[in-house]
Design a protein around this ligand. Structure first.
Ligand SMILES: Cc1cc2nc3c(=O)[nH]c(=O)nc-3n(C[C@H](O)[C@H](O)[C@H](O)COP(=O)(O)O)c2cc1C
Length: 471
């Protein structure tokens, strides 16, 4: 066995990613609910909890997407602030983790650390922070900063941000608060250490305002796939929300992350991996395939297919037939940024278009067929009968390629029903899925070790020095 492989613990976990801005949530079906109604959030979270999911996960988007200069009206748009929604959900759930995606580019550490610690305490140790740098400089206009920070500088700021947040969380000593009512003083002497951070990103002096939760501080997720993003993750995160869901793809990603994790001085299995994945299930394989076709038609209308390609071509393509081949003309932009908010920002548009044209020709796909398969998270998604998908996930559980899946329901609020009612019991029968929550907080339920700053012995000398410098 090479050093960059790990054996799975033989189980698999689930999280749910309740999306907020996308064209992949079916919103015209009779059972479709609202993206902004609390009832949708409650229903999805409680169903996930009934299915013993580890986490309920929310993304963050600070601006609506814009397409060729206008609001992109083909998106299902509207996303209440993640921390506000999760705080409300904390009151109607008991065990499930509550993960808020929050960026390090526009927030400030003293404020964000406090709000996340508040969610953590109020939910009984169930909060997590999905750290992102966000991929669009144009979002900066919201904050009067214009296009703010180049890609590589964002991870420099993110590193300083997270170090500062951790120092704030760790600034209250264990047992800082008086242990009994008889005590004359609320706080012990030297209970709180002041955090000072002065570097190119921050010049702050912060006093933490809250004691620790039962899981010390919020669990740290990370989403961002560049080499800088991966290195940032292995230095800081407990869990990666990845894009690599196919078994072979996931294995490769795991190997890469394990190699980086070991280099960062952490145990090989210290960083959990949860790829995003869409599940389309039915009693039989044939029914699942039919459902798959229907879901794709709902998600990718002819207009959506054309608008999707326009993002990369940088011009109107309405004269092209959605049921015909990909456009035979070259993009009019050098890099793919015609839709503000697309995930391929900065790639060579010409290269991408040529690559896609070749792929679609080889597979004999029309524009709509190509976009259908391309534009959902991780391509095809997991499509199959309950039994076949349970068998496949059992293979995943034994492979060690992933620790779990962050499921992206294609419909809210009913999108988890068949997973919880039909798939989870089959996974339990196969011995690869929990039958109860193993712990009392998110850190325990995810099977994580203590936070890095609470196990100094495990840190590399360089990291120890760094955390001491901050503290
Ligand atoms: C699976 C996944 C989910 C993401 N979700 C969000 C999100 O909800 N909000 C956001 O601003 N960025 C999100 N991002 C993008 C991150 O902001 C990331 O920093 C961006 O992709 C640029 O970093 P990178 O070049 O390392 O990928 C996500 C990225 C991935 C891989």
């Amino acid at each position: 066995m090479s050093t960059s492989r790990i054996d799975g613990d033989g189980t698999i976990q689930f999280g749910v990613f309740f999306q907020g801005v996308n064209h992949t949530t079916v919103w015209r079906a009779p059972e479709s609910g609202s993206q902004t109604d609390f009832e949708s959030f409650r229903r999805v979270a409680q169903t996930a909890e009934r299915g013993l999911f580890s986490a309920f996960f929310l993304g963050e988007g600070l601006r609506l997407r814009e397409h060729l200069g206008r609001i992109h009206e083909l998106d299902v748009a509207g996303r209440p602030d993640a921390q506000t929604a999760l705080a409300a959900l904390a009151a109607v759930t008991t065990n499930i983790g509550l993960v808020a995606t929050q960026n390090t580019t526009y927030n400030d550490p003293a404020d964000l650390a406090h709000r996340l610690a508040s969610l953590d305490l109020l939910s009984g140790g169930r909060a997590a922070w999905n750290i992102v740098t966000t991929d669009n400089a144009w979002t900066g206009a919201n904050f009067r900063r214009g296009g703010f920070l180049a890609h590589e500088d964002r991870y420099v700021r993110a590193e300083a941000f997270v170090q500062t947040a951790k120092a704030i969380w760790d600034s209250w000593a264990d047992g800082a608060i008086a242990g009994s009512r008889e005590s004359r003083r609320w706080l012990a002497d030297d209970a709180i250490t002041q955090v000072r951070r002065q570097d190119a990103s921050f010049d702050v002096e912060v006093t933490g305002r809250l004691p620790r939760s039962s899981q010390y501080h919020p669990v740290l997720f990370q989403a961002g796939d560049s080499a800088d993003g991966r290195d940032f993750a292995v230095r800081n995160a407990d869990v990666i929300f990845s894009r690599h869901a196919g078994l072979e793809q996931a294995r490769k990603f795991r190997e890469d992350i394990v190699a980086r994790t070991l280099k960062a001085g952490r145990p090989a299995d210290d960083v959990k991996i949860f790829p995003g994945q869409e599940f389309i299930l039915a009693p039989t394989a044939k029914e699942a395939e039919e459902k798959h076709q229907w879901v794709r038609e709902q998600q990718v209308s002819p207009q959506t297919a054309i608008a999707y390609l326009e993002q990369f071509w940088g011009r109107k393509l309405t004269e092209y037939d959605p049921d015909g081949p990909l456009p035979d003309i070259d993009p009019v932009v050098d890099v793919t940024n015609a839709t503000r908010g697309n995930a391929f920002h900065g790639k060579s548009a010409r290269e991408l278009a040529a690559e896609w044209r070749a792929e679609a020709t080889e597979k004999g796909q029309s524009i709509r067929q190509f976009v259908s398969q391309r534009s959902v998270i991780n391509g095809r998604g997991l499509v199959g009968s309950y039994d076949d998908v349970a068998d496949l996930l059992t293979e995943y559980a034994h492979s060690g390629a992933v620790d779990g899946f962050n499921i992206t329901p294609w419909i809210v609020p009913t999108g988890l029903d068949d997973i919880v009612n039909h798939l989870v019991p089959r996974l339990q029968e196969r011995g690869v899925y929990r039958t109860e929550y193993p712990g009392t907080n998110l850190r325990e339920n995810l099977g994580l070790r203590a936070p890095l700053t609470h196990r100094r012995g495990d840190l590399s000398p360089a990291r120890r020095q760094e955390s001491e410098d901050v503290a």
